[in-house]
Design a binder for this molecule. Structure first.
Ligand code: AMP
Length: 272
């Protein structure tokens, strides 16, 4: 793996057929799975580490975002990255920023608590895509709304980038891996398990109503968890699911000990 400080340092053979993994660093096994998936697509795997200020509404959240540069290089290398790029702000945004709007879906679910988050996210992803021109870009299902919006943007722009989704990587106790998990203290870390437990309980339900009840009742059992939203969506259009929706997915977001956590799970194979 080679680390570059500027994209001009890419050799011609490295600049084509790129499988691109955008991250904000503090890399963990979830990011590693994305990099491994990228490696299956191409022998040119570019990992970026850039904490994009535009997608943080709360300056304190940006300040507290975990940073671990040594670990990032290690995880990227071990997982099969060939290029690690940690751009400066001015390399991504050298002039006036061309903002991308996430549209109405950007205001729903995650967008309710995180105003402007998805506009900021799409703005940086668009910038990165334009600079890198990857053939593939790898995103985790962990951020399911993000994945949907990136796919929508690429489709709308007619870009020829294949968006590759990767399933959520979880800790042994079920908690979805997240860079933010390092901020959970002992008891909060245990309490956070309620999220995956609620999702699993929902997968065992037989009707939409029962799925929602399972989600909500399980989440209520943990007093340390403050729910932001729990919803069941139709994956095809990211609207609330109906009983007839074939591709249902449960989404949960909330706070444990001041740390915001999100997770989701497919509810596909339910008999009605
Ligand atoms: P982040 O560094 O949090 O912006 O995440 C970078 C990419 O890693 C995004 O596409 C995330 O969806 C993905 N990701 C983060 N955590 C996980 C996880 N536990 N499993 C799979 N993908 C993940």
């Amino acid at each position: 793996m080679r680390e570059i400080s500027n994209l001009n340092q890419l050799l011609p053979r490295e600049a084509s057929n790129i499988a691109f993994v955008p991250t904000m660093g503090a890399l963990h096994a979830g990011h590693a799975a994305l990099i491994e998936r990228a490696r299956e697509c191409s022998s040119n795997v570019l990992v970026s580490v850039f904490i994009n200020p535009l997608q943080f509404g709360d300056p304190k959240d940006l300040e507290k975002y975990p940073r671990n540069p040594e670990m990032d290089a290690e995880v990227a290398e071990i997982s099969g990255a060939t290029i690690l790029w940690r751009p400066e702000f001015k390399e991504i945004y050298p002039g006036p920023v061309e903002f991308i709007s996430a549209g109405p879906l950007g205001e729903l679910f995650e967008g309710v608590s995180r105003k402007g988050h998805f506009d900021g996210m799409l703005t940086v992803v668009n910038r990165l895509f334009n600079l890198i021109q990857p053939q593939w870009a790898i995103f985790g299902e962990k951020d399911f709304q993000q994945l949907f919006l990136v796919r929508q943007m690429v489709r709308q722009q007619g870009k020829k980038i294949e968006i590759m989704p990767v399933p959520i990587v979880r800790d042994v106790d079920g908690l979805a891996l997240s860079s933010r998990n390092v901020r959970l203290s002992g008891e909060d870390r245990v309490a956070a398990r309620v999220i995956s437990r609620a999702l699993i309980n929902a997968t065992a339900a037989n009707s939409l109503k029962e799925m929602q009840e399972q989600l909500d009742n399980t989440l209520l059992q943990e007093p340390r968890f403050t729910c932001d939203y729990s919803a069941i969506i139709n994956e095809d259009n990211f609207t609330l699911a109906s009983e007839q929706s074939t591709a249902k997915r449960a989404l949960v977001a909330g706070w444990v000990g001041g740390v915001r956590l999100i997770d989701n799970m497919a509810l596909r194979n339910q008999s009605r």
